[in-house]
Design a protein around this ligand. Structure first.
Ligand SMILES: Nc1nc2c(ncn2[C@@H]2O[C@H](COP(=O)(O)OP(=O)(O)OP(=O)(O)O)[C@@H](O)[C@H]2O)c(=O)[nH]1
Ligand SMILES: [Mg+2]
Length: 332
């Protein structure tokens, strides 16, 4: 395309500035932005514009549960480099959950979060219209927000005791589940995975701590059943596996609940729960998960977990926001 003569270009520039000034003076500001966007899109058309038509959009099927799962990239190395406790580092796992809370605070349509090891699953309700159910938008935003929140909250969890040595990354995928049973089976699958891995890892690292090499511990555990590992833990290390922390055995379930905090005030919080999701009891205790209409106004008894770092983080955030609003009110 041939370039326009210089004086024509200048005139267009002057007209554009005048048009903008006129817009600002005569039109309510909330419309100015939209009109500008429209004018710019009209003016900015170029011969290259056609490449946009190559973009493809994948819309997630309606009426299905959407599960977005993030997973740490190369976390075997990441945990080693940062000297995380083996097989479970409480602070590392809490940081994962704190990043997940940040994601759930952003997306109200997530009904359950479930995390274990270096992964977190987020269940979006069936009728969610988030980003018009566009797969790319949803998956990339959840992954980038989770990663950013993981890094942003690193110091909140580790204080100054452990510097972050390099940036972690998380991949993400979205999977659709058409029935409640499929969704329950998905969560049961992830929870069964924790059980299998954690029982193995707990036994493995106790054997290593007792003097076996990694290879010897691996050989010792080859072809053993769950009952054999329980027996090794009990008879050789005096460990009753069922008394290991529930967070390690069950993973962390995040649910939205009304919780009574100090001064009998009730707050809507995202609370960590370390229960079994495989049996029916969990789904009977929290009927609102599968049936959005079954919401209860009764406060949830969070017990000692009121002190949990995730809960305290949200209470602190709430109090800071309230203080900020109070100050603003006083100065206005
Ligand atoms: N020490 C320690 N390691 C952990 C902890 N949580 C997760 N990990 C490590 O993270 C790994 C997660 O498994 P994967 O996701 O299969 O392994 P990965 O190295 O992240 O590999 P990709 O996901 O394929 O990139 C585990 O095998 C552990 O090595 C923890 O609390 N403590
Ligand atoms: Mg991983």
């Amino acid at each position: 395309m041939r370039a326009l003569p210089r004086d024509v270009t200048i005139s267009i520039g002057v007209m554009w500035t005048m048009w903008n000034k006129l817009l600002i003076k005569t039109i309510p500001s909330k419309f100015v932005h939209e009109i500008r966007k429209f004018s710019v899109s009209k003016m900015a058309k170029s011969r290259f514009e056609y490449v946009k038509s190559f973009e493809q959009s994948d819309t997630l099927l309606k009426n299905c549960w959407i599960v977005v799962r993030v997973d740490g990239k190369g976390f075997h190395k990441f945990c080693d480099v940062h000297g995380f406790d083996k097989p479970n580092d409480r602070r590392g796992l809490n940081l994962m959950s704190l990043a997940a809370v940040n994601v759930m605070l952003e997306f109200n349509e997530i009904v359950v979060g479930y995390g274990q090891s270096d992964e977190y699953s987020f269940v979006f309700k069936r009728d969610s219209t988030v980003y018009e159910r566009r797969r790319d938008k949803l998956v990339s935003y959840v992954a980038s927000l989770f990663t950013a929140a993981y890094i942003f909250n690193w110091q909140y969890i580790f204080k100054d005791s452990l510097p972050l040595k390099y940036p972690p990354a998380f991949d993400a995928r979205a999977v659709l589940y058409p029935t409640d049973e499929n969704l329950r089976d998905y969560l049961s699958w992830r929870q069964a995975d924790v059980h299998i891995n954690n029982l193995y890892n707990t036994t493995f690292w106790n054997l290593v701590a007792s003097g076996l090499t990694n290879a010897e511990a691996e050989t010792r555990l080859r072809k053993t059943l769950s009952s054999d590992k329980n027996e090794i833990l009990f008879s050789e290390f005096n460990i009753n596996y069922n008394n290991e922390p529930a967070m390690y055995r069950k993973g962390t379930v995040l649910l939205r609940k009304k919780v009574t905090v100090a001064d009998n005030k009730s707050l809507s919080l995202i609370v960590p729960i370390f229960d079994d999701m495989i049996g029916d009891k969990f789904w009977q205790t929290h009927p609102e998960l599968l049936d959005g209409k079954a919401k209860s106004n009764d406060p949830f008894d969070i017990g000692a977990d009121i002190e949990h770092v995730l809960v305290q983080y949200q209470i602190e955030k709430h109090n800071k926001r309230k203080e900020g609003m109070k100050r603003k009110h006083e100065t206005s």
